[in-house]
Design a protein around this ligand. Structure first.
Ligand code: SF4
Ligand code: SF4
Length: 291
């Protein structure tokens, strides 16, 4: 089963929920923890000890133009939704020219597919790295996007190529609701949305719910710092028929441990049972037992 852990906004405690969930389930089953927050991976900070065994380069395929074959028809430029190719046709006896803006290219392959003269080949541009290893029984994989790179989705896809569906896979998705989040959560069996009961938390939860409904991924909510803020988030979940799977009250011990990179279940071991129950609730929802 592949379970993504996401949140409409940063700072809700998504990674601490994902890592504590993985640590709790690892007692009974084979776990892969996949950190897809490639712009700011931090799940590894909560896994101690962690041994990285393999590092591979992360790439995006970008077009390379063979100008000897190109007739400057402009089809590649027209098809590129990201304005990553500019074509200037020949004029007044001057040769045409074509420019590729590699930083804007999303590696979709449309230009090389549609070029009528076979003038475009794809070459790999390095954008980061994929690292994998073990923390005790947990198999761990994450990506690191190079500083200054904007193209997280191709690296996230490379990270996800390592998913082993025979295991229970927990994906730590990036915060927000943009392309990197969609790339991280798509094809998951279930998504946990971590939020907090504040106006900002609710606003971003509503956006995340819209995304998951469009992607047709079943989901439920974990309410972090559930005893702070107001009741609007709970009311929203009731109105929208969204299951609140778990409530984690504010605890100073958890907050202090978090700041030192210590997961909830190591600060409060009794929480392991709550995380196991969280898994059972998800399993019941997916198998229809919860209806
Ligand atoms: S589609 Fe091919 S032939 Fe046309 S401008 Fe682009 S590279 Fe050149
Ligand atoms: S691969 Fe896609 S994004 Fe990149 S230049 Fe070609 S059409 Fe544009």
């Amino acid at each position: 089963m592949v379970i993504a852990v996401a949140s409409g906004k940063g700072g809700t405690g998504k990674t601490t929920i994902a890592t504590s969930f993985a640590l709790s389930l690892a007692l009974d089953r084979d776990i892969q923890l996949v950190d897809c927050d490639v712009e700011e991976p931090n799940a590894h900070l909560f896994l101690d000890p962690l041994v990285i065994e393999k590092t591979s380069k992360g790439f995006i395929p970008v077009p390379q133009i063979d100008q000897s074959k190109c007739n400057y028809c402009g089809k590649c430029s027209k098809v590129c939704a990201y304005n990553a190719i500019a074509v200037v046709g020949p004029k007044d006896g001057r040769k045409g020219s074509i420019l590729v803006f590699e930083q804007l290219c999303h590696g979709c392959g449309a230009c090389s597919f549609l070029c009528p003269r076979g003038a475009i080949k794809e070459v790999n541009r390095e954008i980061g790295a994929v690292e994998s290893g073990w923390s005790g029984p947990i198999q761990f994989i994450h990506g690191r996007l190079n500083i200054g790179e904007a193209m997280a989705p191709p690296l996230i896809r490379q990270v996800k190529e390592n998913i082993d569906p025979s295991k229970t896979v927990i994906i730590d998705a990036p915060p927000g609701t943009s392309c990197p989040v969609v790339t991280s959560v798509e094809k998951s069996d279930f998504c946990i949305l971590v939020t907090e009961p504040t106006p900002f938390g609710l606003n971003d939860l509503i956006l995340a719910v819209e995304v998951l409904r469009k992607l047709k991924i079943p989901f439920g909510v974990v309410l972090n710092r559930s005893d702070l803020g107001n009741e609007d988030t709970e009311k929203y979940c009731v109105q929208e028929n969204i299951s609140i799977l778990m409530r984690v009250p504010f605890d100073e011990k958890v907050a202090k441990s978090y700041s030192k990179g210590i997961p909830i279940v190591r600060a409060l071991p009794e929480f392991k049972n709550h995380f196991k129950q969280l898994y059972e609730k998800i399993d019941n929802i997916l198998t229809g037992k919860d209806r």
